[in-house]
Design a protein around this ligand. Structure first.
Ligand code: NDP
Length: 497
């Protein structure tokens, strides 16, 4: 939560208590442009350090994050309202990402020889990945360290400088990250932060960065993309989802209920890869619903340090969306088996489990981003897959079944960037796996080797080792050489099987 204060600054507020967590500058266009200019010079220095020096510094940054885990978690806790344990868990995930990016950058992006092919056998072919320059990272508030770290760590490890614009609701986490980075890399401003509202993010898209890594809503992603189109600046867009959770008749229902509930309600449902729709095969529907509801009844939204399952809704405007999705679902013939419209007690929302919700209701079609979930009975796994895929989003999904073959088959048919089998959101803790979506969920990838390549450009280099026996690429080539090439091609590719 945030409010504008005296000219040029704004306050980030604790969404649970309203207490001021910090005061930050609203950086204007001029400041953002100057910041990016400084970053361009720093990027050249950082790129020139080479793989080993960058890795050492990034591992030192990781050490600083680990040593300051309590401090970081406290800021996250205060700015988002999430329980301190969740804040710690999130920061641990971010450290894990940084560690992987630092240790795998050279292996993934460093020079390697590739086979040049029969026609170019006289050439040595080298593939390597060069940094882009400066990456502008526009971050969200729901996981203010874990989510941007997927862009920050991978950009830095690939040899870029970064300018980070944290969400207006969680600027303090971003500022602290930059401070800790500057302690271990004091030489140049390789990691800078600009704070403010959407206009500050907008300025970053026009400031001459070499790529924008955006996380947030689809509509804002489109604005960012339009601004970047002016200068052909590429973007990677991590947007929202409407993730499905499918339960087969042979699933372990107890485990499925535990996992679905955590996927749907942890972080008060404010998770881009959170479970929003559950599809259960009819033979186990009632039993699963009973187990899920019993567990959901036990959860409690709040801000106390003990006994709170999840915190408040961080962004006040989201409360209206959550309330609308619940009331629309009920008006359209749905039923709340846990909670209901009364569960919205601002700024908190208690768990809501909705059933019999029509496919056209907003609770099924639009991202809710709250601790609500729909449970829908389906006749078969085929119907579950069809319903799961009947959305413009395509971020993540889960399937629960005791058959590995069925699980893989369903996973491959689900139109989403990530699918977990027998555990919700498991991919998010595996830094080697790419993270990203399709359709309205965005494009491009963070995390893993693909995430490193996202922030680098491939460079192809050839070195002629000896003169080719076939002189094909000069004007002195002869008909005889062309005839030899025809023969070679027919030998290599033209034989009938
Ligand atoms: P937004 O898409 O509005 O904002 C995301 C980031 O973009 C913030 O840092 C924001 O700054 C910045 N921004 C806003 N306008 C511009 C602009 N014109 N140019 C450049 N940057 C801009 O998301 P919200 O935080 O408002 O959340 C709205 C919805 O987005 C949620 O309901 C949820 O559905 C989805 N969301 C998805 C997330 C995910 O992880 N996929 C994360 C967060 C939200 P500022 O905050 O200062 O306005």
């Amino acid at each position: 939560m945030s409010v504008t204060t005296e000219a040029g600054t704004f306050e980030s507020l604790n969404p649970a208590t309203g207490a001021v967590v910090g005061t930050h500058p609203i950086h204007d266009e001029k400041t953002v442009f100057e910041t990016v200019e400084r970053a361009q010079a720093a990027a050249r220095w950082w790129a020139g350090l080479g793989w080993k020096e960058r890795k050492n510094r990034l591992l030192r940054f990781k050490g600083a994050l680990a040593r300051n885990l309590n401090r970081i978690s406290q800021v996250i806790h205060e700015e988002t309202g999430k329980p301190i344990g969740d804040a710690v868990f999130e920061a641990v995930g971010a450290i894990n990402l940084l560690d992987w990016a630092a240790k795998n950058a050279q292996k993934t992006l460093g020079p390697r020889s590739v086979f040049p092919g029969a026609l170019s056998i006289n050439q040595k072919a080298i593939l390597e990945y060069h940094p882009l320059g400066v990456v502008g990272v526009i971050g969200p508030w729901n996981y203010p360290i874990y989510t941007p770290m997927g862009s920050l760590a991978f950009s830095l490890a690939a040899g870029n400088a970064v300018v980070f614009k944290p969400s207006e609701h969680t600027p303090g986490v971003g500022v602290l990250l930059a401070e800790l980075f500057a302690e271990v890399v004091p030489e140049r401003p390789v990691f800078q932060v600009v704070t403010g509202f959407g206009a500050t993010g907008g300025a970053l898209t026009r400031a001459g960065v070499n790529k924008i890594a955006f996380t947030g809503s689809g509509p804002t992603a489109k604005k960012v993309m339009a601004a970047c189109a002016e200068t052909l600046t590429p973007i990677v867009a991590e947007c929202g989802g409407k993730d499905a959770f499918i339960i087969a008749a042979d699933a372990d229902l107890e485990e499925a209920a535990k996992s679905a509930l955590w996927g749907a309600m942890s972080n008060a449902g404010q998770t881009c890869v959170g479970v929003e729709r559950i599809y259960v095969v009819e033979s186990v529907y009632e039993e699963f619903l009973g187990k899920l509801s019993a567990r959901a009844e036990q959860l409690k939204a709040g801000y106390e340090t003990d006994g709170t399952s999840f915190g408040p809704i961080t962004m006040p405007g989201q409360l209206d969306i959550i309330e609308r999705h619940i009331t629309d679902a009920l008006a359209a013939g749905g039923r709340a088996v846990v909670g209901g419209a009364e569960s919205v007690r601002r700024p908190f929302v208690d768990p809501v489990v909705l059933v019999d919700v029509p496919d056209t209701a907003s609770a099924i079609c639009e991202e809710t981003f709250g601790p609500t979930v729909t449970v829908t009975k389906v006749k078969s796994l085929d119907e579950a897959v069809a319903k799961a895929n009947a959305t413009e989003y395509g971020l993540a999904s889960t399937v629960f079944t005791s058959s590995s073959k069925t699980a893989l088959d369903v996973a491959r048919r689900l139109r989403s960037g990530m699918t977990s089998i027998n555990a919700a959101i498991a991919f998010a803790l595996i830094p080697a796996l790419p993270f990203g979506g399709v359709g309205e969920s965005g494009f491009g990838r963070i995390h893993g080797a693909d995430g490193l390549r996202e922030f680098a450009r491939p460079k192809a280099i050839t070195r002629q080792r000896f003169k080719s026996a076939l002189d094909t690429t000069t004007f002195t080539r002869t008909q005889k050489e062309i005839d030899q090439i025809i023969k070679l091609m027919q030998f290599l590719h033209g034989r009938k099987k």
